[in-house]
Design a binder for this molecule. Sequence first.
Ligand code: FES
Length: 179
Amino acid sequence: MHNNLRDSLDEKERAFIDQVIAERSSRPGALLGILQAVQNHNPRNYLPMETLHYVAAKTRVPPSQVYSVATFYALFNLQPQGEHTVSICRGTACHTRGSRELLESLVLELGLGQRDDGDSGGADKATLTTADGVFTVRTVACFGQCALAPVVEINHSICGHVNEHTLQRQLKELARESD
Ligand code: FES
């Protein structure tokens, strides 16, 4: 099975991973850095299963260990990510200032509540990507910016005191950029 998985990676991708491993394998905590570099290189910013198996085979780290690292750290994605990422804080301060409603309106607006791929788990537990690959919506425990609650991060930029109106406006601008 592992051979089949390795075969499904194209030659360029294998060469890139080989090079990353050669450069980093002697460093402490090498696996994290390797997975990060490989994910950054993926056009959809994620780690496909065949990539994890290939990294495991090449680094001689058991596949189960590579998989647990990839699932443990929030920075790793196992599903293709959207062109734009909107992260909604679900910490207490943001919750009391309406982050749940923000999340629900976003899920509704982008049609994410309709998905039945087992990934949605309701509006409160979200790493969801629109079918057209434009938006990924995720939840975060706390951005450490509670004074700005409710906080939303849009493409790595923190926005404070967000309301549904400003969020919708920003979404529309991003959707226009992607047209
Ligand atoms: S609870 Fe949202 S930033 Fe801390």
